[in-house]
Design a protein around this ligand. Structure first.
Ligand code: DC
Length: 229
């Protein structure tokens, strides 16, 4: 049997982490896990349960309700990747909207939320053969991952990608400026939070893809994988 490794993909929002991670998992026959979707699902739960008041997350109440949050991934054969479920309901579309995006960094800064999700993530990767993307995968979840990637791109590039993605999905009630502001705000919150801030692991390979084609990037990453197998 061939050797299976753990691949950690971290970096700023909208740097194409999940696209690359999905592509890699498919190529290698590995499991792909989008940990951002897990934090987004907790944020959605907080919104749906009215645990958010006037822009402020009711932290203590959310912590008390964490045991009522059951997050799972179900493989969608048609799409070729797993979709996230909150208490057995498919929330894949709901978690990508701007409302969840504007709360998720606040929810992700709560240590008890991170503790719960990190434990699930470690469990999912216990037999290797996994590509996981997020912010703290190479630093906290799998500090021993054989390959760690850290993806970056300019905030303008990332906001434009996100904006185009939303337009393509039919979102019309949004401006580029709103998306740009959200990207910048999340960068700030993600890099400055006390618990597991977004930081490049010392042994991660940094990839700035502002000017790189998706194909060139994928070939480069595949060559990195080959050196580890
Ligand atoms: O990758 P994403 O944009 O879907 O992530 C949503 C938010 O979740 C992001 O603002 C940071 C947070 N996050 C995190 O703190 N740790 C992770 N491992 C993944 C995401």
């Amino acid at each position: 049997m061939s050797l299976k490794i753990t691949i950690a993909v971290d970096g700023f929002s909208s740097t194409g982490k999940s696209t690359v991670a999905k592509q890699l998992a498919k190529e290698l026959g590995y499991v792909y896990v989008d940990t951002g979707a897990m934090y987004r699902t907790v944020a959605l739960f907080a919104l749906e349960q009215h645990l958010v008041d006037d822009g402020v997350v009711k932290t203590q109440e959310l912590i008390e309700n964490l045991e009522n949050i059951n997050i799972s991934f179900v493989y969608n054969q048609q799409l070729g990747f797993s979709e996230v479920y909150l208490n057995a309901v498919n929330v894949e579309d709901k978690i990508r909207g701007l409302e969840v995006s504007s709360y998720v960094s606040k929810v992700a800064a709560i240590p008890q939320v991170r503790q719960k999700l990190v434990a699930i993530q470690k469990q999912m990767g216990s037999s290797k053969g996994i590509v996981m993307d997020g912010r703290d995968i190479g630093t906290v979840v799998f500090p021993d991952a054989e390959l760690k990637l850290f993806m970056t791109a300019s905030p303008e590039t990332r906001a434009q990608r996100r904006y185009d993605e939303m337009l393509a999905k039919g979102t019309t009630n949004i401006t580029f400026k709103e998306v740009y502001d959200n990207v910048v705000e999340r960068d700030e919150l993600d890099t400055t939070r006390k618990d597991s801030p977004l930081v490049k692991a010392t042994d991660a390979v940094e990839i700035d893809n502002s000017e790189m084609s998706k194909e060139a990037q994928f070939q480069y990453i595949l060559s990195l994988v080959q050196t580890k197998l």
